[in-house]
Design a protein around this ligand. Structure first.
Ligand code: F6R
Length: 607
């Protein structure tokens, strides 16, 4: 997500802030800014675009001073623009923020009703107003003002706050987004990642959930949100700068696999209405009664997410769904027009085939909804409606967290549609939403099974081919598992609908072929177990991905990976995780370039 840095000491802050932000550039961002205190007042300099633009702007509007905060923004609420860039300043208060304020709409309308004026579309500016109000209302110091403001805010965040009234202090708080304090001699740093401060200090304190930290030149005081002091010994970081970029993981892909519980939670923030048994899609209002058909268009991994979408939308909303590869759709003279909702799914928002397919659909009168991970990228701009996954920048070429957050976005859409077609009862929606908010914890359970997946990668990783089988919504997961393995390990793999095996691929099975079977509990469990028996009868090696508590499956397979139980519609979000991890460990063992596999690009902007 966004990058955060703060400095307080005796050196000039701006070069240190820019230097720190540069270390975070690899994460991707769309705007940048600093607020630096000097001579009784902080000066904010910020702009859309790369750090180079900010540096140019700083030449014209220098920001001298020895206390400051800096930020690179990856847009979530509000498009990338100068006004939406951080820091946000209200009165004496400057704020930078990573994460999402869940109750931003309600807070904003309360603040507007009581006279606040907003100069951006962001959720972050709300926090600057809240802190400023606390100071006006008599909070004795910045720490107290921030603590009181935090009580009003729900969501995931790391904030760093500075006030012109108390220039010797930086106050930061953390809930779910990372935050670290770097300790120097007569100077201290605050940052979202150690990477940003590693060239200045290796002595750090990691701030934990629900903690607030007050940092001066010479002191660091940690408390909980009630003000109770916390003690923490500093750690010495021994990671190299490159390791630090990867958060200590060997590859970005592994880091991103582990980030999925967080990314999925961020994608759910503000969208689940547990009281109303409904979802909110960031203000998107579709004319559901007039939708006759839904056509998903996408490429690669996003196409697999769309295939899961077919299952979800048809079963929850009972609207007919088609799924098409964007590169096929655009050249087929497709029969599409008014009454069709085309849902374009794209992580990057820049895939040329998907863009051209949207143009074709719009030309023929369809309405287009984009689901993308990049705010204001070309695809959402081209579409009639858009809402975003909040995976944060995905750096590994093989998509992982973008996929699972797409599944969340599509599940939200299916529930939204189902409630409006009345195919989905209130009670069923309530059960599904309650399950949906449990998904991040259940994902955590699976990504913690790395050691087991590593053993399996060693056991099966020398095979020259793999087969992946699944039924229903697990069929696209079989395709995705095969794609992941091909992409990064260069081992040939096929994904098949388990029921299709007897129509051809069964000929491939011998004692050399590992067959990964997705067999979670559900209506097609027994049929899939029969397929699995057919594989074993031909000496094939079976690795089953099954539901925890399934005591039978071990007797039918060579190896088993268990995932927590969840609603049938949400199982793909869990069963895909062992496949991502298996691919990763097989590729790592082969020593391929996991993050930048040969011949592949992260964003495919050519035909
Ligand atoms: C596979 C992968 C690709 C992309 C595809 C579409 O790991 O990342 O298959 O899914 O190129 O890209 P987006 O989603 O950016 O349109």
């Amino acid at each position: 997500m966004c990058g955060i840095i703060g400095y307080i000491g005796s050196r000039q802050a701006t070069p240190l802030l820019i230097g720190g932000l540069r270390k975070l550039e690899y994460r991707g961002y769309d705007s940048a800014g600093v607020s630096v205190f000097n001579d009784g007042m902080s000066r904010v300099v910020r702009c859309r675009g790369k750090l180079g633009n900010l540096e140019e702007k700083l030449k014209a509007e220098p920001a001298p001073g020895t206390v400051g905060i800096g930020h690179t923004r990856w847009a979530t609420h509000g498009r990338p623009s100068d006004e939406n860039s951080h820091p946000h300043k209200v009165g004496p208060v400057s704020v930078i923020h990573n994460g999402i304020i869940e109750n931003h709409l309600q807070l904003r309308s309360e603040l507007v009703a009581s006279g606040s004026q907003f100069s951006s579309e962001t959720d972050t500016e709300i926090f600057a107003h809240l802190v400023e109000r606390q100071l006006v209302d008599g909070a004795p110091d910045l720490t107290t003002a921030v603590r009181r403001a935090l009580l009003k805010v729900r969501g995931s965040y790391a904030f760093v706050v500075m006030s012109d009234k108390e220039p010797g202090t930086l106050v930061a708080a953390k809930n779910s987004s990372p935050l670290v304090v770097g300790l120097g001699e007569g100077e201290n740093f605050v940052a979202s990642d150690v990477t940003a401060i590693l060239s200045e200090t290796r002595k750090v304190i990691f701030i934990e959930e629900g903690e607030l930290v007050t940092v001066t030149r010479d002191s660091v005081q940690i408390t909980d949100f009630e003000g109770k002091p916390k003690q923490r010994e500093p750690k010495i970081i021994t990671w190299s700068a490159v390791q630090a970029e990867k958060g200590g993981f060997k590859h970005f892909m592994l880091k991103e696999i582990h980030e999925q519980p967080r990314a999925v939670a961020d994608t759910l923030v503000g969208r689940v209405d547990l009281e109303g048994d409904d979802v909110r899609l960031d203000g998107v209002e579709l004319d559901v009664k007039n939708i006759k058909r839904i056509i998903f268009i996408a490429c690669g991994t996003s196409y697999h997410a769309s295939m899961v979408g077919e299952f979800l939308v048809e079963s929850l909303a009972r609207i007919p769904v088609e799924v098409d590869l964007a590169s096929e759709f655009r050249y087929r003279d497709p029969i599409v027009g008014p009454g069709d909702l085309v849902v374009a799914v794209s992580q990057s928002g820049e895939t040329l085939d998907t863009m051209e397919a949207i143009r074709e659909a719009k030309k023929k009168g369809a309405t287009v909804l984009a689901i993308s991970n990049v705010v204001e990228s070309s695809i959402p701009r081209l579409a009639d409606h858009a809402f975003y996954t909040h995976a944060g920048p995905e750096i590994g070429v093989a998509s992982t967290k973008a996929f699972t957050t797409q599944l969340i976005g599509i599940a939200l859409l299916a529930i939204y549609l189902g409630r409006r077609t009345n195919a989905l009862s209130r009670e069923r929606a309530r059960t599904l939403l309650a399950e949906l908010v449990q998904i991040p914890n259940k994902m955590r359970d699976v990504v913690e099974q790395g050691a087991h997946l590593q053993v399996l990668a060693r056991r099966y990783g020398n095979a020259t081919g793999f087969l992946f089988l699944g039924r229903g919504a697990q069929y696209p997961i079989a395709l995705e598992g095969a794609l992941k393995l091909k992409e990064i390990s260069y081992i040939h793999a096929e994904g098949y609908a388990a029921g299709e095996m007897k129509h051809g691929p069964i000929a491939l099975i011998d004692d050399q072929l590992p067959v990964v079977v997705l067999v979670p509990k559900g209506p097609s469990y027994e049929k899939t177990v029969s397929n699995l028996a057919e594989v074993r009868a031909r000496q094939g090696k079976v690795l089953a991905i099954a539901t925890r508590g399934d005591n039978e499956i071990g007797g039918h397979s060579d190896d088993v990976v268990l995932v927590p139980d969840t609603a049938l519609e949400l199982q793909p979000m869990l069963t895909v995780l062992p496949l991502q991890m298996l691919s990763y460990y097989v590729a790592d063992q082969k020593g391929t370039d996991v993050d930048q596999p040969r011949n592949l690009a992260k964003s495919v902007t050519v035909e």
